[in-house]
Write a protein of this length. Structure first.
Ligand code: ATP
Length: 222
């Protein structure tokens, strides 16, 4: 499969802030799953967690700066622009309509996948996209240890072969190994709040943006 019909990866997240764990996830997914590219979709108001520490416009801009040098990465601002709670299923409905029958692969870390059964209309996700799950340090992922209803929904969908993603627009679940990076946005925020360095945890333009706007300091504005 070539050109426009190769699968398109989708990476949603709070990106509060974006870091090298996200970037390696997207880059290694692109290689491992033979994706045409990865569309980054920063959440506006994520439903499953406390409000992000900084405003959507800042998080969006940091993602833009982080991915700017990679022609395989694009940024989708629909969730940050909407001002409403961001539901992945709503975004996938939109992208499915936009992309026709092209395979879509919703990318996520193992921690996010373990919580999938709490997402709005989560069973509908399988009809809209494939799911590509990246290993994440500290998170064990085996079918036996999945929450029961998630394991049941995944039965018959798990595939070790990434080529399976090209044979249908949606519905497979593929795990892929990525370079283990125990970087999290929480860690980055905690270091910044403590006045510690975050150099080499995220791209320099993002670090400079954080400095310029005084984000994540103990006394920052949102
Ligand atoms: P926080 O620490 O605030 O919970 P986070 O670092 O997990 O944030 P998110 O924006 O919530 O970042 O994550 C977006 C997606 O990237 C999720 O699917 C998450 O599992 C994945 N991800 C983030 N960091 C890593 C990492 N170091 N390795 C693998 N996957 C990651």
């Amino acid at each position: 499969m070539s050109g426009p019909d190769r699968p398109l990866g989708l990476l949603g997240g709070t990106f509060d802030p974006v870091h090298y764990g996200h970037l390696r996830l997207a880059e290694e997914a692109r290689e491992a799953l033979d994706l045409a590219g990865v569309r980054w979709i920063p959440a506006g108001l994520p439903p499953h967690r406390p409000a992000p520490r900084v405003a959507a416009a800042h998080r969006l801009e940091m993602v833009r700066q982080a991915v700017a040098a990679n022609p395989a990465f694009t940024v989708d601002d629909a969730e940050t622009a909407s001002g409403e709670t961001s539901y992945t299923v709503t975004t996938l409905d939109r992208l499915r309509a936009e992309q026709g029958s092209r395979p879509l692969v919703l990318l996520m870390g193992a921690d996010a996948f373990l919580g999938l059964a709490t997402w709005r209309r989560w069973r509908d996700l399988f009809a809209l996209a494939h799911i590509g799950v990246a290993t994440r340090p500290g998170v064990e992922l085996s079918l036996e240890e999945l929450p029961a209803e998630l394991a049941a929904a995944c039965a018959g969908r798990l595939d070790g072969n990434p080529d399976a993603l090209k044979t249908a627009p949606a519905g497979r679940v593929v795990q892929f190994a990525m370079t283990p990076l125990a970087i999290s946005a929480s860690l980055v925020r905690a270091r910044l709040a403590a006045g510690l360095s975050v150099r080499y945890l995220l791209p320099d333009p993002v670090r400079e943006y954080i400095d310029l706007h005084h984000l994540y300091r103990a006394t920052d504005g949102r």
